[in-house]
Design a protein around this ligand. Structure first.
Ligand code: MTE
Ligand code: MO
Length: 383
């Protein structure tokens, strides 16, 4: 079958779907390291993993509304300055399983680990676009191009056997500060097949769906990409919209992800001993908004304590401080005293003072995306 050439994967991944391969690490493994090891990084695919063997003949074609259409080979991309960007990638479907418990949603189920933080290495898309005649900070090309479309090599059924694709605005693609990369490395190693070998897009602060893997072409276009995953998926609808009354054209494709956090040191329903319990997890927000605060409750949300936050070890985390990684998650830690069965809750606040919604019901949507409701775990305390 098409799936006979899949790469090997770590046995401790929880598999949510086998073909296409969708898997996430156990919670406990996720929050134990600031930079997520490649083996434990969630894998989100819509078709078989492409086989790209001949790296010398591999190229990306640049087409559309540009001055100098051309083909770029890996050597051309590698000849540009190499940047390392620490960025958290999160699937819009992260925490979907919990959302589907209130009302059924459509999509692959995920626990809290469809998220990971990696050091991506590659060329800035803004530098690459200069090679095809588009200067930095361009909102529109002379021929009217306003969006940059990324088209993959893979084939998926949602595109009727065509390639996966997505787009971002040209102004973001040509802004060096937006740190959009054409990445060929992940955590200092050559990007592996699962994560987009030999070349993928990384759009920091934006839902994972726009970070197209296995690039085949980049097209500068007038309107945003008309592909399935931009127009018929990954849009946020209100709870009143169902499969009978949905009108996809009424909503924009989701780009930035909202403020999110999850407890990773506990699962439903863990049995713990009475006394001090350590509560750890991650918090992240989109658009480069840092994490201002993480609140933890051990009485179901009646009272709260503030968790401590950190990124790289030894450097205190201060939201919007230059020593912090602006596109990356923060890990949090709190100690609390627990004497009886209870619900432990976490919620984060980002640098724009955005907060997480209390109840999943309020943000329920038929595709089960962006479940950023307060994260709750039930614990049983044994004396
Ligand atoms: N790119 C291609 N070509 N095909 C895909 O199926 N999935 C997208 C995105 N890029 C996808 C893709 C989605 S929905 C997510 S969340 C991220 O890749 C996941 O990236 P990862 O598997 O490296 O974690
Ligand atoms: Mo995703």
């Amino acid at each position: 079958s098409d799936y006979s050439l899949e790469p090997p994967r770590h046995p401790s991944l929880q598999i949510n779907s086998k073909e296409p391969f969708n898997a996430e690490p156990p919670r406990s493994a996720l929050a134990s390291s600031y930079v997520t090891p490649v083996d434990f990084f969630y894998k989100r695919n819509h078709g078989p993993i492409p086989v790209i063997d001949d790296i010398h003949s591999y190229s990306v074609s640049f087409t559309g509304l540009i001055e100098n259409p051309k083909q770029l080979f890996m050597k051309d991309i590698r000849a540009l300055p190499k940047y390392l960007v620490t960025a958290t990638l999160q699937c819009a479907g992260n925490r979907r399983t919990a959302m589907s418990k209130t009302r059924t949603v459509k999509g692959v189920g995920w626990d809290v680990s469809a998220i990971g933080n990696a050091v991506w290495g590659g060329a800035k898309l803004a530098d690459v676009l200069e090679l095809v005649g588009i200067p930095k900070l361009t909102g529109a090309t002379r021929s009217g191009g306003k969006h940059v479309e990324f088209v993959s090599v893979d084939k998926c059924k949602e595109e009727n056997g065509g390639p996966y694709k997505a787009s971002i605005p040209l102004i973001q693609a040509t802004n060096p500060e937006a740190d959009v990369l054409l990445a060929y490395e992940m955590n200092g190693e050559t990007l592996n097949r699962d994560h987009g070998y030999p070349l993928r897009v990384v759009v920091p602060g934006v839902i994972g769906a726009r970070s197209v893997k296995w690039l085949d072409s980049i097209n500068v276009i007038a309107e945003e990409c008309q592909g399935f995953f931009m127009q018929k998926d990954y849009k946020m609808f209100p709870p009143s919209v169902n499969w009978d009354n949905i009108d996809w054209s009424t909503r924009r494709p989701q780009m930035d992800f909202p403020v999110q956090c999850a407890i990773c040191s506990l699962e439903d329903v863990n049995a713990i001993k009475p006394g001090k319990v350590k509560i750890t997890g991650y918090a992240a927000s989109g658009g480069g908004r840092g994490i201002e605060r993480v609140d933890v409750s051990v009485d179901g949300g009646k009272t709260w304590i503030e968790a401590s936050r950190y990124q790289r070890t030894g450097i205190p985390y201060i939201s919007e401080h230059t020593s912090s990684d602006k596109w990356a998650w923060v890990l949090f830690e709190a100690m609390a005293d627990v004497q009886q069965n209870t619900e432990i809750v976490a919620k984060a606040v980002d640098s724009a003072a955005n907060v997480q919604p209390e109840k999943v019901e309020e943000i329920w949507n038929l595709r089960g995306i962006l479940n950023t409701s307060w994260h709750r775990v039930q614990v049983r305390v044994g004396h």
